[in-house]
Design a protein around this ligand. Structure first.
Ligand code: AMP
Length: 374
């Protein structure tokens, strides 16, 4: 695979010039079928759409006009906020069939502005054609009439699209390659082992997205969400939350960070079923777990630490000795089998979890550097 580097990031080929040609031919035929000889006005939104627009109109069989516009934004008054206006619309569009040509629609914010601007222009008909569409990122419900290709919510570059202004001239589309440069780690250990404390340092040092399932549950409980209500009774007793709930939640968190340079999973997986689901899910995205860092400490030390933490954390499951003990029972029964699971994959790295926070960070960093070098 021919990888390219733009600024500090690596990209891999995603959509070939040949595929782009086919998409353009199909879209042009679809639009022609609807508008035929009505001499539509194609309005291409610069900068990203310049290549798409050029190739699209090359395929359009009928007579047409083409106008290139730019969205410019300026600070309006306090009540209007940012104001967008269209500059460069050369054709008169009143009474005409207008088709907007966009390179990509993601959140839909630009599309919303375009709809607003064209509302008063007395056009005969108004359509949107976009080469790429990110359904996972789209937050509006404006109609999109023609879609070249729906794509996942990942960063792409080339064929008019840029990464900090570079890459627009590439004749094909590339996507950010996170699978070769990314490092995904599991921070593993019994309750109180110091996973959360260490994660706070490691995520910054290695530029990782930290996902703590315990933190997400606590956030949801505090905000009284549906998920929070579902998880609360389990957590308060020191039981594990059911796998289906936790696995789905975790997948959603990963999906929210399509451009992450790596993930630090903290408190997940906690069962074999979760570990298997994680492996399958990551593999479906061309990703994998690179290593598991296990913070090791004796139960007596850990129980003491949790009791101390309970005095300040306010966590219901840190307060009561019975609940704390139950978390260790849950760990021994359901989580401990993961040690063998990751050892069998050659991914288990034990780290002594007794010492100062700094000492343990140093030990973990050594293990991570070794994992990254493998
Ligand atoms: P933690 O903050 O990681 O100690 O998690 C606190 C509590 O959240 C646990 O005792 C469980 O009840 C619940 N929890 C966190 N992560 C998971 C998980 N991966 N599977 C099931 N329950 C979890």
């Amino acid at each position: 695979m021919e990888l390219i580097k733009i600024h500090d990031k690596t990209f891999e080929p995603y959509i070939s010039a040949q595929q782009l040609e086919e998409i353009n031919a199909r879209m042009a035929a679809e639009v022609y079928q609807d508008l035929g000889e009505s001499r539509p006005v194609f309005v291409a939104v610069l900068n990203g759409s310049f290549m798409f627009a050029a190739d699209f109109v090359r395929h359009y069989k009928g007579e047409c006009e083409i106008s290139f516009v730019k969205m410019s934004s300026y600070e309006g008054t306090q009540s209007t906020g940012k104001v967008h206006e269209l500059i460069g619309l050369s054709s008169s569009v009143e009474g005409r069939d207008v088709v907007i040509l966009e390179d990509i629609v993601d959140t839909g914010n630009t599309l919303e502005e375009i709809y607003r601007i064209f509302k008063d222009k007395k056009v005969k008909s108004f359509r949107i054609a976009t080469l790429f569409f990110k359904p996972d990122a789209y937050k509006k419900d404006f109609k999109i009439d023609y879609v070249g290709k729906p794509i996942p919510n990942r960063f792409i570059v080339g064929y008019g699209l840029d990464f900090d202004e570079v890459g627009r001239n590439l004749p094909q589309v590339y996507q950010l390659n996170t699978s070769i440069t990314m490092t995904n780690l599991v921070l593993f250990g019994k309750p109180g082992a110091g996973k959360g404390t260490q994660a706070a340092f490691l995520k910054d040092k290695y530029n990782l997205v930290h996902i703590s399932t315990g933190d997400i549950f606590r956030f949801n409980i505090k905000n009284e969400t549906k998920l929070g209500k579902l998880a609360q009774s389990y957590i308060e007793k020191g039981d594990l939350v059911p796998d289906e709930v936790t696995i789905q939640m975790l997948q959603e968190e990963v999906e929210k960070n399509p451009n992450a340079e790596g993930f630090l999973f903290d408190g997940f997986p906690r069962t074999i079923a979760q570990a298997e689901a994680l492996d399958a899910f990551l593999s479906s995205k061309g990703m994998r777990i690179h290593g598991t860092l296990a913070l090791e400490a004796d139960d007596e030390v850990l129980i003491k630490r949790i009791v101390e933490r309970g005095k300040v954390s306010g966590r219901a499951d840190d307060q009561d000795e019975e609940k704390i003990k139950n978390r260790f029972v849950e760990y021994n029964e359901k989580t401990a089998p993961l040690i063998a699971y990751y050892k069998a994959q050659g991914k288990y790295h034990a780290v002594d979890g007794i010492g100062t926070v700094e000492e343990i960070t140093v030990r973990l960093s050594k293990a991570i550097d070794q994992i990254k070098a493998e």
